[in-house]
Write a new protein. Structure first.
Length: 107
């Protein structure tokens, strides 16, 4: 399996550092969602949490702060993914100006 590496802008890292997260679970969820979309139940299984209700508050906080969003809905399942669009888009050709919405997967 090919390892995925992501580049994050300085603005994104700054925003993440200033976020008022109360537990490491916030970061675990956020970084899982950079790899692929998960439902709340799938996140719980991945993190070893017995009840999906236990992460509802965290999901709501990450959503309200713009770090994650609903990627798609299949039936009653909402698939979440990490979001990267906190800053206005800038030139994608200038590496110094890469913004959150230009997170790139590198090989």
């Amino acid at each position: 399996m090919k390892e995925k590496n992501y580049k994050f802008s300085a603005d994104y890292i700054e925003r993440l550092a200033r976020a008022n997260f109360n537990s490491p679970t916030h970061y675990k969820i956020l970084f899982l969602l950079y790899g692929k979309s998960y439902t709340q139940v799938q996140l719980c299984k991945e993190l070893g949490i017995n009840r999906p209700q236990n992460i509802t508050r965290i999901i709501n906080q990450l959503t309200s702060e713009g770090f994650i969003k609903v990627d798609r809905i299949e039936g009653r399942n909402k698939f979440l993914k990490a979001v990267a669009n906190a800053a206005p888009s800038k030139s994608k050709s200038d590496p110094e100006q890469l913004t959150i919405d230009t997170i790139e997967e590198t090989q």
